[in-house]
Design a protein around this ligand. Structure first.
Ligand SMILES: *Cc1c(COP(=O)(O)O)cnc(C)c1O
Length: 398
């Protein structure tokens, strides 16, 4: 079955793509909702269906089999499209079961033997595993760091440029517009991992990227209870390739996950605004401490990434990274926190932090901590951090 090019919501009627003039806070509460119908819910519940009634011809039907399409996905895909490129009915989104499902779909469906891909050397740690897979498939892989737009120097002969900005966990930033222009001059496609920023913090497709890819597990859904991923593009052919990959590999989200994600989008604006404010407050408090070094947050004035981030991002995300003197110091600090849970992942309503070096994948110092600011009261959060730092200080020699 070819993907239907017009998947109308089951409730029928006109679909509101949102006005490009609405502010994000207005857009998120309605994004992807079907036209209001008397006595119908604003956001219809998850559709649990492995198959749909399918009489007669099967060409161009909206819903036939549950691995190909689902009305709950359709609504979520429309919602994310409205956030990635407000007011553009041609932006398409394909949702996946996880961020890695989405990332793999782009990197594996748009490459073939002999092609060259440029990856960041400091991106999400599973890019290393994907690199190996790409090389096993005969794809050449080059890498360069995110900061300083270093990937520019690797573009000759490349067919796909993969950016991650801000990078996780180092929080370096690269110039999407500049890199996209340079890649396009050489005929390469450009994909951006937009997980950290969310579409409210950064709009890669409006900065020249061909694909915006993200894990919805983090700030997009924000409650730490869903794994999800998506690919957004304004190019119908790319969308069809990625959708065909999803169908072949079967990396599909469950209807419940898709519905929870859609429900979470209504609070995306208030969550990300509060989180960005908390992250900045935390970064400033950390910077004032003598035992803390290398405090990084793109919204922090004085951060090396701040000048570029302030041009390209509209909010700076919830992640702060910093380094304590050693592993034991970082472990004491994490154990002393009351409002910040020790956990991986980021972007949730509850603050979390972890010593990133415990995973072994990222090239970071032993005392390196990645903290994700939640939506707690800012003063409470800062007070908790300061107390934990005080209590984590090495006891003076007897
Ligand atoms: C978490 C994360 C991913 C992977 O997403 P999953 O939903 O965990 O598969 C990819 N990229 C970045 C930047 C991430 O933070």
């Amino acid at each position: 079955m070819t993907p239907p090019d017009d998947e109308r919501p089951l409730t029928g009627g006109r679909l509101d793509h949102g006005s490009a003039n609405d502010a994000d806070g207005t857009r998120v509460v309605r994004a992807g909702l079907p036209t209001e119908e008397p006595y119908e819910p604003p956001l219809p519940g998850p559709v649990f269906a492995a198959h749909y009634h399918l009489p007669g011809e099967v060409e161009d039907v909206p819903y036939a089999y549950g691995r190909d399409a689902n009305p709950t996905w359709t609504r979520l895909e429309r919602a994310i499209a409205e956030l990635e490129v407000p007011g553009d009915p041609d932006t398409e989104v394909v949702v996946f079961s996880s961020g890695m499902g989405a990332i793999s779909a782009v990197l594996l469906s748009l490459t073939r033997p002999g092609r060259t891909v440029v990856l960041p050397s400091d991106g999400y740690n599973l890019l290393a595993a994907l690199r190996e897979r790409l090389e096993n498939n005969g794809v050449q892989v080059r890498t360069a760091p995110t900061g300083g737009d270093a990937q520019l120097a690797e573009l000759d002969g490349a067919s796909l440029l993969w950016l991650e900005t801000p990078s996780n966990p180092g929080l370096d930033v690269c110039d999407i517009r500049r890199l996209a222009d340079a890649a396009h001059e050489r005929g390469a496609l450009v994909a951006v991992d937009n997980t950290l920023a969310t579409p409210l913090g950064q709009r890669p497709l409006l900065l020249g990227a061909d694909l915006s890819v993200a894990s919805g597990t983090k700030a997009l859904t924000g409650h730490g209870d869903v794994l999800l991923g998506y690919v957004a593009t304004r190019d119908a052919e790319l969308a069809a390739t990625v959708r065909a990959w999803r169908k072949t590999v079967g990396a599909i989200p469950g209807p419940m996950e898709a519905w929870l994600a859609h429900r979470s989008l209504a609070t995306l604006e208030v969550r990300t605004q509060r989180q960005a404010g908390n992250a900045l407050a935390v970064a400033e408090a950390l910077r004032a401490r003598p035992e803390v070094s290398d405090v990084r947050h793109p919204g922090l004035p004085g951060d090396p990434a701040h000048p570029l981030a302030s041009r390209q991002m509209s909010r700076y995300g919830c992640v702060v990274s910093f380094t304590l003197p050693d592993r034991a110091h970082a472990e004491r600090f994490l154990a002393r926190l009351r409002l910040v849970g020790e956990a991986t992942s980021f972007g949730g309503v509850r603050s979390t932090a972890e010593r990133r070096g415990r995973w072994g994948g990222d090239r970071v110092p032993e005392g390196f901590v990645r903290l994700s600011a939640g939506i707690e009261d800012s003063a409470d959060l800062v007070r908790d951090l300061r107390r934990a730092l005080d209590e984590a200080a090495p006891s003076p020699a007897p």
